[in-house]
Write a protein that binds this ligand. Sequence first.
Ligand code: 13P
Length: 250
Amino acid sequence: MRKKIVAGNWKMNTTPAEGVELAKAVAAGTRNVDKSVNFIVAPPFTHLSEVMKVTRGTGVAVSAQNCADEAKGAYTGEVSAAMIASLGVEYVLLGHSERREYYGETSATLNKKMALAYANNLIPIYCIGEKLEEREAGKHFEVVKSQIEEVVFNLTAEEFSKLVIAYEPVWAIGTGKTATADQAQEIHAYIRSVLKGKFGEAADQTVILYGGSCNPSNAKELFSKEDVDGGLIGGASLKADDFIAIGESF
Ligand code: 13P
């Protein structure tokens, strides 16, 4: 049985005070949800410390949205994996398409970030996914394969056993256009087969999340698919009720 995860990527939204209220509401709402569902919230860096305080002991885990690709030193504006981990944060999103697209993150950058995340005992949630033109050209399998080969294939078996993958087709992010459950299943199964080719049966335990306009109305169908182990939620994670309802969709 694979872990079920619903993770909320708040992106650059909420003030720290609003974030604390949202985290409290999520923690309160998850109390009645089946304990097999693992909730994670990923607020901006400025919120992490306070959000840790209100989620501690509630079963809601916390993730950062990014970390620096260097360990420490003269890198103005960056936040290191060690700083994040020192707060008790458990996860870090790496390779989100918005970071690849707007901040030029490449596989080379992501290999450095992955190594630092593991060195600091953070669990990476590694995001992959194709753009609209790549899907239309039938290149989506090829794209996700390279994103996996160039980064995930560099992990040790021990590191890989902890990794979470999030498949987020760029054309479905914030667009209201969700991949159909069959499209999601097709590519999730493919992703698992690529992982199996390198890491063998360990890939049967890898949690693969779907992300992209996932909401309370479509989550049930998506999560009913064999290889869809949960969701990475953007917009709908900013409303505690919607986020919880997605968690109740398994
Ligand atoms: P939306 O749920 O807003 O489409 O965002 C998905 C996402 O990018 C989560 O990381």
